[in-house]
Design a protein around this ligand. Structure first.
Ligand code: XMP
Length: 512
């Protein structure tokens, strides 16, 4: 296992455009096979070979097939290829077939009659959405058509060269055979092994980190979030007390969180930990500041000053560690890149200010659910690993208007009540993110028999896959009643509790 690359083998997903690539990469990883993503237009053969893939899956959405440039030698690498949707047309065209811009109006539900096929093994006929952005009017020589739809080829294959194409969509409402088709490709055609499991990734990463860091010292900012906690636990296993963590408590964490982070990284993973209780310092800077962007900027700048001051006190450090995860790497357009450690230029932010020229990113190949699995494999407690996302500026941006200690405490207390009751109802995983917001709106009420003019608190709960869009979650009425009553009686100066039922878009998840 030692020295084996983390990213060898598995399936390389080549993305023609859009966000289907992440869908397939995640699906493949759920089947315990490693997958990575490259932009098809940019990927060259050397880069592809770095991954030593067992198979290549090409997918994505395109407007015009003429716009697509893809290294055509991909189809002669002697690596199995599955070209999905528009990619089937790209493959047809590249291999001498003919493609017509014929289009149906919208997607259609169509019966697909499957003939003898390696890819569609054991599937007889089924209903799928046929992708209607053009058809293959002539398939390349040596290909057979394994499924048709209204007279047009919608699945083709050349079993000798192990090239396969499907024009029907595997994502939209998922055909009942989506998983079978992907599994046939992974295990029967590409001979992938099911070795993408958290324990193996953990052991391999620890080996690679030990090797790369040698006897060096590493600095890591612990934020209280899942990603940095998992990086800390992983690095602790690799280099022990040569990992130096700085935890800046800006005073805007949720109830119990600073204590939890300190406890875990003192008791179970005793890293060298510097905790800075900087609440007063942050609050002083925010006095009278009510503009959302201003608040964010002030908190960000102050965080950097505090972190720099503390890091400089630690002394000689060799590497800077960060909890970058795979979606950030994909979105930044980075290619295959290095593995866990890379030298960086002009990345901006803390590592540069501290004069580091090497960055350790042990999670750069992981999607969020995998980070959580790794955290569990490392032995981090579930309330840290399963923690919902939390913004860097913390509850300061859930406290509309100028924050004060009292107002921030109102958010903290109401958020703790909501979390406690949701957990009591066994609904912790019903929403992907749920919290309370101090809206800044005042309204008339009655307090101790007299007229009051207190603030309104809103409850926000959303379901989302990627946090780019989100739907409302509707908790049971009984739960909402209890939360509302508790907030009104236990949180000072609140006269009203509201329910935020705004999907994203147009609303964002956070209020600021
Ligand atoms: P929005 O409000 O943009 O939030 O719909 C999308 C997701 O991002 C989180 N978020 C942040 N996370 N630093 C972070 O680390 C931030 O400044 C920040 N702002 C928003 C938000 O909680 C949601 O999960």
């Amino acid at each position: 296992m030692k020295n084996k690359s983390l990213i060898e083998g598995g399936i390389l997903v080549l993305n023609l455009g859009g966000n289907l690539a992440q869908y397939y990469a995640k699906k493949i990883r759920k089947m315990n096979v490693f997958s990575s993503i490259l932009y098809a237009g940019k990927a060259n053969i050397n880069e592809i070979n770095q991954f030593k893939p067992n198979g290549i899956l090409i997918c994505g959405e395109i407007n015009h097939i003429e716009d697509i440039t893809i290294a055509e030698d991909i189809f002669s690498l002697d690596i199995p290829v599955l070209a999905l949707g528009d990619a089937m047309l790209v493959m047809c065209k590249a291999l001498g077939g003919k493609v017509e811009n014929k289009s149906f109006k919208g997607d259609k539900l169509i019966d697909v009659a499957v003939e003898k096929s390696l890819l569609l093994k054991d599937i007889n006929s089924f209903t799928a959405y046929f992708d209607c952005n053009g058809v293959a009017s002539e398939v390349p020589a040596s290909f057979v058509v394994t499924a048709n739809c209204e007279g047009h080829p919608c699945a083709i294959e050349n079993t000798q060269k192990k090239l396969f194409g499907c024009k029907f969509q595997l994502t939209k409402n998922e055909t009942q055979y989506t998983d079978s088709i992907i599994k046939n490709f992974l295990f029967d055609i590409c001979n992938c092994s099911r070795d993408w499991v958290a324990e193996k990734f953990m052991l391999r990463s620890i080996d690679l980190l030990k090797e790369a860091i040698g006897d060096g010292h590493v600095l890591l900012g612990l934020s209280g979030g899942v990603d940095s906690a998992v990086v800390a636990a992983l690095l602790y296993k690799a280099i022990g007390e040569r990992l130096h963590c700085v935890f800046v408590d800006h005073g805007f964490m949720r109830k119990g969180e600073p204590e939890l982070v300190k406890k875990v990284f003192t008791d179970s993973f005793p890293v060298s930990l510097t905790c800075v209780d900087a609440g007063k310092r942050f609050m002083d800077k925010l006095e009278g500041v009510s503009d959302a962007e201003q608040k964010r900027k002030i908190i960000g700048a102050e965080f950097i000053s505090v972190f720099l001051e503390e890091a400089k006190k630690i002394g000689k450090l060799d590497h800077f560690a960060q909890g970058t995860i795979y979606p950030d790497v994909i979105e930044s357009g980075a290619g295959s890149g290095g593995e866990l450690i890379k030298s960086h230029h002009n990345v901006g932010g803390l590592p540069e200010l501290l004069g580091f020229n090497s960055l350790i990113e042990p999670l750069r190949w992981l999607f969020k659910p995998e980070v959580r699995l790794l955290g569990t494999a490392l032995g981090l407690p579930s309330h840290l690993v399963d923690r919902q996302p939390f913004p860097g500026p913390g509850i300061a941006i859930r406290c509309l208007g100028a924050p004060t200690f009292e107002r921030v405490e109102m958010v903290r207390l109401s958020d703790a009540i909501l979390r406690e009751e949701v957990e009591k109802f066994g609904l912790k995983y019903m929403a992907d993110q749920y919290f309370t917001v101090l809206t800044g709106v005042r309204s008339v009420g009655i307090h101790e028999g007299k007229r009051s003019y207190f603030e309104a608190i809103a409850i926000r709960a959303v379901k989302t896959d990627d946090f780019m869009t989100a739907e409302n979650i509707y908790y049971p009425k009984e739960l909402l009643d209890i939360v509302s009553r508790r907030i009104l009686s236990e949180v000072p100066c609140v006269s009203r509790v509201l329910l935020d039922i705004s999907p994203k878009p147009p609303a964002s998840i956070e209020w600021e």
